[in-house]
Design a protein around this ligand. Structure first.
Ligand SMILES: Cc1ncc(COP(=O)(O)O)c(C=O)c1O
Length: 354
């Protein structure tokens, strides 16, 4: 009998979006003071936005429904139709947000390679910036992702971010950081989120995902930019009225952010090391795990990657595959425990080996 049957448990590592609100969050939601946030009268939203602005070192912040909406609002507020933004080939905003910059903003997206270390490439971004010319969509925005989801949750440090931002600004471009997991990055790098975002024009992070709130992302930036973002959020249907119900859980998530991400980062590292030690996986990219995501391939496994999740599921482990990138992802979040590791190891040991 395998351990899963002994423990009668499914280990669900498909995504860190599977977090459920904690007791403390549920209590905060119940007790939340609310008002009409579209009129700026929800005290709980106002408090959360002030906290977020302070944590990211920006003048102002606006609560939106999701990471996707946050990125779209930022792009719309930074650009005009017919302009171009630079992303990397594996950026979430490029691959996984329904082409919304093009669909709703008329914004052209130009994708470049990251550096070999999976961080933004100054050289590639510089070469891709296109100035006013009768033929070109002019580059006005550069979008960075920190941590980088598809690149194994790797972090971009303060120095690299600063270098990209300086170069962007010298060329008349703004920089937006798509940072749903930027608290994980800050923890891994031993810096504050504000330091990581200091040189960027805007930064977004998710209250849901690893931080554990049920809903919400926050876009942060200068006051005048956030004013435009508020109007854009409203235009997209994202004015949420008594959103203090959501914000209350977000405040708890932010208060506990450091504790949460420190645990998740450490546990993900521990899982990865145990899987590597038994030669059950290879990391993809081959960079030691830094934060809460483990992207990998089962080692010596002849199965097409798309079939791996179903095999692991037979042994009590759920995870996602990205066949287009030929890899699988294990996400650590607040429901994943150290005690789950033996179940995960056992499931990988059952995969066929060639
Ligand atoms: C890097 C990155 N950006 C943006 C998003 C979008 O967030 P949401 O699912 O809240 O729309 C995700 C979602 O996983 C993500 O990983």
């Amino acid at each position: 009998m395998d351990r899963r049957h002994e423990m009668n448990k499914i280990v669900d590592m498909r995504s860190d979006t599977l977090t459920r609100p904690t007791e403390k969050m549920r209590r905060a939601i119940y007790e939340a003071e609310v008002g009409d946030d579209v009129l700026g009268e929800d005290p709980t939203v106002n408090r959360l936005e002030a906290m977020a602005a302070e944590r990211t070192g920006k003048e102002a912040a606006v609560l939106v429904t999701s990471g996707t909406m946050s990125n779209l609002v930022a792009i719309l507020a930074h650009t005009h139709p017919g302009e171009s933004m630079i992303v990397d080939h594996n950026a979430h905003v490029h691959l996984n947000e329904c082409g919304s910059a093009a669909a709703f903003g008329g914004v052209h997206t130009y994708a470049v390679d990251l550096d070999e270390d999976c961080r933004p490439s100054l050289k590639n971004i510089r070469a891709a910036i296109r100035k006013a010319n009768v033929h070109f969509p002019e580059t006005t925005l550069i979008c960075l992702e920190n941590t980088h989801n598809l690149q194994g949750g790797v972090c971009t440090n303060v120095e690299r971010t600063k270098a990209v931002c300086n170069m962007a600004h010298e060329n008349g471009c703004k920089v937006h950081i798509d940072g749903p997991r930027i608290f994980n990055a800050a923890m891994a790098l031993g810096v504050d989120v504000a330091q990581l975002a200091a040189d960027a024009d805007s930064v977004t992070f998710c209250l849901s995902k690893g931080l554990g709130a049920p809903v919400g992302s926050i876009l942060n930036g200068p006051k005048d930019f956030i004013q435009v973002a508020r109007r854009t959020r409203k235009a997209l249907g994202g004015g949420m009225r008594q959103a203090g119900i959501i914000a209350a859980a977000g405040i708890v998530a932010l208060e506990e952010a450091e504790k949460t991400v420190a645990r998740d980062n450490a546990l993900a590292k521990h899982f990865a090391q145990a899987l590597l030690k038994e030669d059950l996986i290879e990391l993809a990219p081959p960079i030691p795990v830094e934060t809460n995501l483990i992207w990998c391939r089962p080692k010596h496994c002849p199965l097409p990657i798309a079939e791996v999740p179903a095999r692991l599921k037979e042994h009590g482990v759920l995870l996602n595959a990205s066949p287009i990138h030929n890899k699988i992802r294990l996400a650590v979040y607040n429901a994943i425990m150290e005690e789950d590791l033996p179940i995960v190891l056992e499931a990988f040991r059952h995969l066929p080996r060639s």
